[in-house]
Design a protein around this ligand. Structure first.
Ligand code: HMG
Ligand code: MG
Length: 298
């Protein structure tokens, strides 16, 4: 049976915008986050405190975090690859920090410039500091369903990183399809293997929609009990270190699916459509959300 309620983590301001070539002004990012907050998300991934040499678009993170209007009850998350990122996150009063690793060695090297083992060693002080400061800790595992550099990723490789992130004390762990290659049965196999290492109810699905499979993968994940999903308003995004990968599944499409299934999200679809129009207009291109465009055309 499907869950009665799901948590949608809106990642558009981070995953959605990080790959944009043109600099998006902090004003626009703040407005986007504020619109998303008003739409009712309980978790918004608002920024990344990463090296500005690696991802210039995220350099405005501190400014964005100080200027947003925080909705009581909403968790504002930021990516923190190391202690330098964590210190910045703490100063910016992030509610949750995200340590992000990978299930494939090749992707780990390309994305964060170190091996999986080295990444865990780097995350350790971040995890300890997060616990000591009472900041929530989330772990994200890229390439859990396939890697743009090495191809197949064994289930045990995913399980191993899940176990390491569990041991670091993660409150939640994201199983990410960085390049959108998974299909429903594969998705269920990976989720069930991950759930042998970490409570299923605290695992989340982070699906990019490169091959058009994200909604099917979300549905398949719900069939095995997953009830937390990431999505990006108007389907923005992609990872700068995964060539050709498109954005996350569009939030509007996910909400349309959940509404149709009678699954509670607490998020207002029309307000998300408006937020999607706002950011698409700024970027000067049409949203890739099918539901968003259909609703906007009515
Ligand atoms: P490095 O070059 O090995 O690090 O990069 P370093 O410690 O040698 O530092 C190099 C320079 O970066 C130094 O500056 C540091 O100060 C600076 P310099 O002395 O040369 O002037 N630096 C920082 N600046 C600001 N904030 C920081 C920070 N750390 C170092 N936190 C590093 C290693 C991890 C820093 C780098 O590789 C990096 O920033 N990578 C981030 C890549 C990234 O953001 N990728 C996209 C997000 S992950 C993603 O999209 C996947 C996800 O969506 C799930 C999925 O779909 O798969 C989550
Ligand atoms: Mg992603």
């Amino acid at each position: 049976s499907l869950p009665r309620k799901v948590k949608i983590v809106e990642v558009g301001p981070r995953d959605g915008l990080q790959n944009e070539k043109e600099n998006v002004p902090a004003d626009v990012k703040v407005e986007l986050v504020d619109r998303l907050s008003r739409a009712g998300f309980v978790n918004v991934e608002a920024a990344a405190f990463v090296s500005p040499k690696w991802v210039p678009q995220m350099a405005t993170g501190a400014e964005v975090m100080t200027r947003i209007a925080r909705r009581p009850g909403t968790i504002y998350s930021v990516l923190t690859p190391n202690m330098q990122g964590f210190e910045a996150a703490l100063a910016a009063k992030a509610d949750e920090v995200v340590i992000f690793g990978a299930a494939s060695e090749a992707f780990s090297q390309k994305n964060i410039n170190c091996s999986i083992a080295e990444s865990i060693a780097r995350f350790e002080p971040v995890a300890k500091a997060a616990k000591a400061s009472g900041v929530r800790l989330r772990g994200s595992i890229s390439t859990a369903f396939g890697c743009p550099y090495q191809g197949e990723v064994p289930l045990d490789a995913v399980a191993d990183v899940v176990a390491r992130m569990r041991d670091l004390g993660c409150d939640e762990i994201d199983i990410a399809d960085t390049i959108g290659v998974s299909t429903p049965r594969k998705t269920q196999a990976v989720m069930l293997r991950a759930a042998q290492e970490f409570p299923l109810e605290r695992l989340s699905g982070h699906f990019h929609d490169t091959y058009g499979q994200a909604l099917a993968n979300i549905y398949a994940s719900m069939e095995v009990g997953i009830a937390i999903f990431h999505s990006s308003v108007s389907g923005l995004g992609g990872c700068p270190y995964a060539k050709g990968a498109t954005g996350n599944v569009a939030t509007e499409d996910v909400l349309y699916l959940m509404n149709g299934l009678g699954i509670e999200t607490g998020v207002d679809l029309d307000q998300v459509v408006d937020a999607g129009l706002f950011i698409s207009q700024h970027l000067g291109r049409k949203s890739v959300s099918r539901a968003g465009n259909a609703i906007a055309a009515k």
